[in-house]
Design a protein around this ligand. Structure first.
Ligand code: 5GP
Length: 186
């Protein structure tokens, strides 16, 4: 039963039930924090592509009304290394001015991406600005970024599944797994 574990996978870090429970807890916390908010005022902004499954699950667990939008940034060009340069590929459709914005990121690695987004949205006069990330690799952080909601702190490895890819593969694995280092260390 289930999808066979790919040969490139080193080990499963977070299984489906663990992810589901934590996403529910995060949603409960967010719902409590934004209690009483009006639908048109609360905007979840998912960072494509990696956050699409996390955002879909998180949004469906929320009990507060909200709108969903997306932003797309440049990736690491299929390599597991950060350059510090981030490029905007697709902007949100919704106007963020005067809205309560929650940026939803898949993983915080160096922190450059979230810092870039925080500055970008911060300059657009939102009513408030918060950040959520499913994963964070504290050993890899290079810059300080405010993170309001975090799913899991994980060790320094390249992880895939639950929306996260390597060279656009492995995104739809239902769990989060560390790849064998030989796959991404060339
Ligand atoms: P940062 O700018 O914080 O270094 O990197 C954030 C982005 O790098 C994430 O949104 C994600 O796209 C990518 N990234 C960083 N670490 C990983 C990882 O272990 N696995 C995957 N699939 N993407 C990662």
């Amino acid at each position: 039963m289930g999808v066979p574990v790919p040969d490139s996978v080193d080990y499963i870090l977070l299984d489906e039930a663990t992810i589901r429970n934590r996403v529910q807890e995060m949603a409960d916390q967010i719902s409590a924090d934004y209690h009483g908010i009006r639908n048109e005022d609360f905007l979840l902004v998912g960072v494509l592509k990696g956050s699409f499954i996390f955002l879909a699950d998180l949004a469906r667990c929320l009990t507060v009304p909200h709108r969903v939008d997306f932003i797309a940034l440049s990736s690491y060009a299929d390599k597991a290394e950060a350059t510090g340069s981030v490029r905007l590929i697709m902007d949100t459709r919704a106007d963020v001015a005067g809205r309560h914005v929650l940026i939803v990121e898949d993983i915080l690695d160096t922190g450059y991406t979230l810092r870039y987004l925080y500055r970008l949205f911060g300059a657009r006069e939102p009513a408030s600005l918060r950040t959520a990330a499913l994963l964070s690799k504290p050993d890899r952080h290079k810059v300080e970024v405010p993170l309001d909601y975090l799913g899991f702190s994980i060790p320094d490895a390249w992880v895939v599944g639950y929306g996260l890819d390597y060279a656009d593969r492995f995104r739809t694995l239902p769990y989060i797994a560390a790849l064998k280092p030989r796959v991404y260390q060339k």
